[in-house]
Design a protein around this ligand. Structure first.
Ligand code: NAD
Ligand code: UD1
Length: 337
């Protein structure tokens, strides 16, 4: 029996494939490669020395999905596939709603038809909007502030409704904080197609000389040094959380929701300093105005995942920076090298 990994060629998906294969799972990847490269999967095979099956297919293509479910013996699904750029979601909401929500509906319809009712879903801390207090617990109010975040919320609710309609559905919703870093081999990592939106890939591209300086979005927040604070989590720790979630599915949990974060916050300038220390490179930066939609502080209370999944992040900020740097240094042009 295999695990179907949607979006498995992407950043978090490829790292999760490595951990699944290392743990002995058989995996089937479905990805339309709209934001990824098949090379990531070749590297996954290289790192693990194991086989995986890949279908280049779109979740919106019901017939293609149906054929995959007919052909393969699928036990559970880890559902990463989706579009994730917040800014783009504001200018192209229909694209985001259609791809993320309709894609998930199509997937669930095909799963239902084939009697596969165990799913782990990639949600995000973005569903908490601007929290009143930190650390953020899973029972905090939900309030997404952009179309991307709203697709995450709609899908969370859709999955909960599915369980209400048929309690054979077992669903684990994982709310990721800020995934960074790369596999320690330096063979797979984050490979943004254009200028990075997120902090760590921006820093690594400055370090490698592809970008001139980092723009720090605001230094007047109510934080110790005035710059935004986030809960950065090593992508391998995040990937390992999915293995624990799969185990949880076997306990028939109904619907469970977990924060995956470290519980620690780092500011933008602390991230710059840590990165400089591990890489030996100087990161030039300039203070710019705040980025619209940004919040001051966001970090998780990850205690529910520790208690119920037996999962906890173990890789520290230096390891996150070290691994992100190794990936960027070895692959200055990502998978295009
Ligand atoms: P990613 O873009 O690297 O991976 C997503 C993958 O899904 C890509 O390979 C893309 O080609 C594929 N895809 C998109 N639409 C598809 C479709 N219709 N059919 C088939 N494949 C499709 O992103 P990621 O960072 O690995 O994120 C994975 C998931 O985690 C996403 O759902 C994202 O919203 C969520 N998430 C990511 C972050 C983050 O910071 N990276 C934070 C919170 C949540
Ligand atoms: C962003 C998304 C969020 C998504 C998350 C993970 C926005 C508004 N939010 O969150 O929905 O779940 O990524 O993919 O885009 N920063 C700079 N300069 C930069 C880039 C970032 O100073 O060039 C700062 C930001 O202001 C923030 C911190 O670095 O304080 C982290 O930013 P980023 O990596 O984009 O993540 P989030 O804003 O937390």
């Amino acid at each position: 029996m295999a695990i179907l990994v949607t979006g498995g060629a992407g950043y978090i998906g490829s790292h999760t494939c490595v951990e699944l294969l290392n743990a002995g799972y058989e995996i089937i990847v479905v990805d339309n490669l709209s934001n990824s490269s098949e090379k990531a999967l070749e590297r996954v095979r290289e790192i693990t020395g194991k086989k995986l099956t890949f279908y280049k297919a779109d979740l919106l293509d019901k017939e293609a999905l149906d054929n995959i479910f007919k052909k393969e013996k699928i036990d559970s699904v880890i559902h990463f596939a989706g579009l994730k750029a917040v800014g783009e979601s504001v200018s192209m909401p229909l694209k985001y709603y259609h791809n993320n929500i309709t894609g998930t509906i199509t997937l669930c319809e095909v799963m239902q038809k084939h009697g596969v009712k165990d799913i782990v879903y990639s949600s995000s801390a973005t569903v908490y909007g601007n929290p009143e207090t930190v650390p953020i617990r899973e029972d905090f109010p939900l309030a997404a502030t952009n179309p991307y975040g709203r697709t995450k919320l709609v899908i969370e609710n859709l999955l909960k409704d599915l369980h209400v309609s048929d309690n054979c559905w077992n669903i684990v919703i994982l709310r990721y904080f800020n995934p960074i870093g790369a596999h320690e081999s330096g063979k797979i990592g984050e490979d943004p197609k254009n200028i990075p939106n997120n902090l760590m890939p921006y820093i690594t591209q400055v370090a490698v000389g592809k970008l001139e300086y980092l723009g720090v979005f605001g230094n007047d927040y109510d934080t110790p040094d005035g710059t935004g604070v986030r809960d950065y989590i090593h992508v391998t720790d995040l990937a390992l959380g999915h293995l624990k979630a799969l185990e949880k599915l076997k306990e028939k949990p109904g619907v469970s929701i977990y924060n995956l974060g470290t519980g620690k916050g780092f500011s933008v300038l602390e991230m710059v300093k840590n990165f400089e220390k591990v890489s030996g490179r100087t990161i030039k930066y300039r203070i710019l105005p705040r980025r619209p939609g940004d919040i001051a502080i966001c970090f998780a209370d990850p205690s529910k995942a520790k208690k119920e999944l037996g999962w906890e992040a173990t890789r520290d900020i230096n390891k996150m920076c070290e691994d992100a740097w190794r990936w960027q240094k070895n692959n200055p042009n990502g998978y295009n090298d």
